[in-house]
Write a protein of this length. Structure first.
Length: 391
């Protein structure tokens, strides 16, 4: 029997996350968005109550929550503010390759660091000339004895300006395309690491997005994750694991927009009745509600498959694609329900429409998700996953 009932623990976590979003995030979200304020105070509080690093295994100090619970939490935080939510959840993206490919020592050091203090880590894959086309990256890592020397520039790095370490992808064999990429952990404090630029963004303005340069940065060889030249697969495996979380955040944004639009439609009177009495508005509200339900189910499926140890590439891309596109449609329709007021910053929905846009862009655009879906549907293949560094 298929059962979509959450466990009592999952319900408790949802309630805790909702409460946090309502009391700590919502009251400042629109203000932080306006000024692009870095939410360090909220990061500290979220870390304190256990709403950060929820995915980290217990042996490294984390609560070791399952992916589905992570998505349930992420929806609530996204409902509060997805910009702040992105800052809170970015450690999940940065540490996935460490969990997948790090040696025991690497895991102890770099995962433990995040559970001992409210520290941050960033995922450095994208480059100015290599976005969707990961294999086109130019950053290099050259092995010299027991060390690697890293050179290159990564852009659009979430939390980049505040991270204590980075998981960095670099070419270890320039001629080998995707088979010549490796992944490393790089400490922020090392000589040659520079935070170059903070982006001024359309939405999610409370999150930090920076360019990071690596100029002859020397790291110990043990900071290699998995095997040399297996970094591309590690990146793909990471995104399979994190895209349901992005989808959940998109559901949270969509739900927030839906609730505002629903409530406003019952108050706003035109032609002598609340606009919710007009079928034109009712159908928009109905479509919003259906898309939210469908997006959540796809999200939960993507997460539940991971929890069951199944490969979830297709489900993950279905969820990310549909939830992101739905969030964009729903927030745009919420602005429409508000009419001219929706376009005014004094009202809540224009922020949500701006925030939703990044959902269709980061962690793989909606077009990349369709590419993955098309390949999985048309040419299903068996994918071999790299062994961890210790295996
Ligand atoms: N898990 C494990 N391995 C995977 C995988 C997955 N989900 N998807 C692909 N691979 C493997 C393939 O099996 C193949 O392995 P071999 O070397 O043994 O042949 C290899 O990776 C290359 O796969 P593919 O041919 O599909 O690679 P492409 O260069 O065509 O790229 C896309 C595939 C476009 C899907 C990939 O580059 C991508 O996801 N791009 C978007 C990146 C992104 O999300 N960026 C956002 C920044 S991160 S915030």
């Amino acid at each position: 029997m298929v059962d979509f009932t959450l466990t009592d623990e999952q319900k408790d976590m949802r309630e805790m996350a909702h409460d946090f979003a309502e009391k700590e995030i919502r009251p400042v979200a629109w203000e932080y968005d306006k000024d692009g304020t870095w939410p360090q105070d909220i990061i500290n509080k979220a870390w304190e109550v256990g709403l950060m690093n929820t995915h980290l295994p217990e042996e490294y100090g984390g609560p070791g929550l399952d992916y589905l619970t992570g998505c349930v939490i992420e929806e609530e935080i996204g409902w509060g503010c997805s910009g702040i939510g992105t800052s809170l959840s970015c450690n999940g993206l940065a540490t996935a390759p460490v969990i997948l490919g790090g040696s025991e020592e690497t895991k102890k050091k770099y995962l433990g660091m995040l559970t001992e203090e409210p520290k941050l880590a960033s995922f450095c894959l994208t480059e100015p000339d290599a976005g969707s086309d990961v294999s086109g990256m130019r950053t290099t890592a050259v092995k010299k004895g027991d060390e690697y020397v890293i050179n290159g520039t990564k852009c659009f790095i979430t939390n980049g300006g505040y991270a204590d370490y980075y998981t960095v992808y670099a070419k270890t064999d320039k001629e080998a395309g995707h088979r010549g990429i490796s992944a490393f952990v790089v400490d922020r404090e090392l000589d040659g690491v520079t935070v170059d630029k903070k982006e001024d963004k359309l939405g999610q303005r409370a999150s930090n997005t920076a360019t990071i340069s690596f100029d002859d940065v020397v790291i110990p060889a043990e900071n290699l994750l998995a095997e040399e030249n297996k970094g591309f697969k590690l990146a793909m495996m990471t995104l399979d694991r994190t895209r349901p979380g992005v989808a959940a955040m998109a559901v949270g944004i969509a739900r927030a927009a839906f609730e505002f639009a629903r409530d406003y439609s019952k108050e706003r009177v035109q032609f002598g009745v609340p606009i919710a009495m007009h079928q034109a508005i009712q159908f928009m509200i109905a479509d919003m509600a259906t898309k939210i339900e469908a997006a959540r189910l796809l999200t939960w499926q993507g997460a539940a498959m991971l929890d069951q140890g199944q490969r979830n590439t297709l489900a993950s891309s279905h969820a990310k694609r549909f939830a992101a596109d739905s969030a964009m449609e729903i927030t745009t329709d919420a602005v429409q329900v508000y009419g001219g007021y929706g376009f005014i910053k004094e009202y809540p929905v224009e922020k949500l429409m701006r925030d939703a846009k990044i959902m269709q862009l980061y962690e793989g655009t909606s077009q990349i998700q369709r590419l993955v879906i098309a390949r999985e549907v048309l040419m299903p293949r068996r994918i071999e996953e790299p062994a961890t560094a210790t295996a």
